[in-house]
Design a binder for this molecule. Structure first.
Ligand code: ATP
Ligand code: IP8
Length: 260
């Protein structure tokens, strides 16, 4: 089995509130269908989550009553994005079902406190394609906080030990520095955990409450420590996700899981 995160940078325009990239998502759904392999999907919140979460400071936990409105609104908006993703997958005859994190897990100071894996196990066994996503969630210490899609990737990797973890983003992979800001940035084609230590990850201009590429690199390191290989690939380029899923060579960053 593969676990695949469709990044908010690909399926939405992170700089424009509630802007879904329907054409890109339709092509990615087609590539996933064509690859025809068992997988669990995660998607980011993009501009349906990060802008609101920043406005209402939702990742800092409860500090004022107005945040309840922000929490409720964010929950509704990320579910709206999830419905758009699901219907696009279903149009390509993928039996995609929704697994909203706020309904099957609770956090404790940003970490997983309780999680009901049996729900996910059950859907997978029946042959569905579960689709979970970056969401707001209850937090034992902070009252509530953010459950990022990257955290879900880490949790799913630990529980399911997939063959590969795939992060689909809007650049060709991991670079020595943010390629959108640094024209001299070099793409890492193959990397070990050690190679990920000395990169810079300047953030883009738009709202991102879950640390952008910096957070993703930490997640990838943790996945590599489980002995699982990770691939970071550009979802805006035709057929690259498909090639990654079927094991064909393509432009991407391949991070080798650590040998035990
Ligand atoms: P989301 O969390 O909304 O789902 P995502 O998973 O698509 O987002 P981001 O967190 O937006 O991914 O990370 C991708 C972005 O990271 C790229 O658009 C790129 O501009 C930025 N970035 C910063 N530093 C680097 C780097 N060293 N290599 C590659 N990309 C980088
Ligand atoms: O887009 C963030 O998840 P991510 C979730 O995977 C919210 O980082 C609600 C901002």
């Amino acid at each position: 089995m593969f676990i695949v995160k469709l990044g908010g940078s690909v399926i939405t325009d992170k700089s424009k509130r509630y802007c879904f990239h329907v054409k890109t998502m339709t092509r990615l759904a087609y590539e996933i269908k064509k690859a025809d392999i068992p997988l669990a999907l995660v998607h980011g919140a993009g501009s349906y989550g990060h802008i609101l979460a920043k406005e209402y400071q939702l990742n800092d936990g409860y500090n004022n009553k107005d945040q309840l409105k922000g929490f409720a609104l964010t929950q509704a908006k990320v579910q709206e994005l999830n419905s758009l993703v699901l219907s696009t997958l279903q149009e390509k005859k993928i039996s995609a079902i929704s697994l909203p994190p706020h309904a099957f897990l609770r956090l404790d100071d940003h970490r997983i406190d309780e999680i009901n894996y049996s729900i996910i196990d059950n859907y997978l066994k029946k042959g569905f394609t579960p689709v979970t996503f970056g969401d707001v969630a209850l937090d034992k210490t902070l009252s509530f906080s953010i459950c990022s899609g990257d955290l879900l990737m880490r949790v799913l990797a630990k529980h399911y030990k997939p063959k590969k973890a795939v992060f689909v983003v809007d650049v060709d992979g991991i670079y020595s520095a943010n390629p959108k800001k640094n024209p001299d940035a070099v793409l890492l084609k193959s990397a070990s955990v050690g190679d990920l230590e000395n990169l810079t990850t300047a953030v883009d201009g738009h709202a991102d409450v879950t640390e952008g590429m910096k957070g993703k690199i930490n997640t990838i390191k943790m996945i590599a420590q489980l002995g699982i290989d990770t691939i970071v690939v550009n979802g805006n380029k035709k057929n690259r996700l498909y090639k990654v899923l079927v094991g064909e060579e393509t432009i991407c960053t391949y991070i080798h899981g650590m040998k035990k």
